[in-house]
Design a protein around this ligand. Sequence first.
Ligand code: MEV
Length: 314
Amino acid sequence: MSFAPFSIKVPGKAILFGEHAVVYGQAAIAMPVQRFLTLNFTPRSDAVEQPVLVASDWDLRLDLAAPAAGTETLVKALEAGFGQFPQLSRAVHMELHSEIPRSAGLGSSAALAVALVRGLSKIAGQKDSIEQNVNQAMKIEKIFHGNPSGIDHSVIAFAQPIKFSREQGLGLDVKLANSLEFVVAVVGSHGGTAARVGALAARRERWPVMFQPLMQQIGQIAEQGLQAMQDGDLEQIGALMDINQGLLNALGLSSPDLERAVAVAREAGALGAKLSGAGGGGAMIALCQDKAQEVQQALEALGFVVFRSFVAAQ
Ligand code: MEV
């Protein structure tokens, strides 16, 4: 089977409220960020019946005909993708370009999962819905993260702000009264979402009486945060981000660099700031509005990779 070359482009994501607690059934709010991953699909020129993935931005080359040691998870992830399209020739060459750093809480693996299933679905000539892509990508995210809530690849597939809970599913009617302007700082690698989620599970098992109320409070913050977004109450959104950060810190998910970034962003005029994603490193997001320039400069002065991202009012 041959096909004309094409590209799939998807955004990264940030979690505004509720990471980790969402794994335990609480609500969370996520949004796309203006950092993109592009996956280019071409037929494999040597026609070997195995896919190749080249990702120079991530320093990675994987040929399933001869996978290198250390690529086992990625091999399984690609198998989970291609396995859902058994009728396809596997002679597919994929070149990945990513502005989304890996292991930074910005959804790199979920973006790869969504782009992969969307591309394979296109090669197969299927007109899959976004919901079908979400279900297909979940099989890949499970390989990457073990027990993903599903929020990361859902927000990336829909490319719009979402409310998400494992019990109530996906909420797409997140209406923002104001556009929101964020500064995002990448303070380093978080060392893998699965490791962070697993470490929290162990702490939660040890201190269930303490941790359960913290999780519930995070869920309440997500609900109140959504209301504040709908009301256009920016100060309230910022205050809730700060409280969410305090609770994430109590759960053991912050890091010295994240705390430094949060403090500097607030000092430079952010309305609120918190870690975003798996924590323990990775990304920090600050709600900035008219102080975005000052916050960006203050974070850059600390040596972090910094970019701006916004969510438009609807
Ligand atoms: C990671 O971006 C978000 C977590 O809540 C994990 C998940 O929801 O699968 C930490």
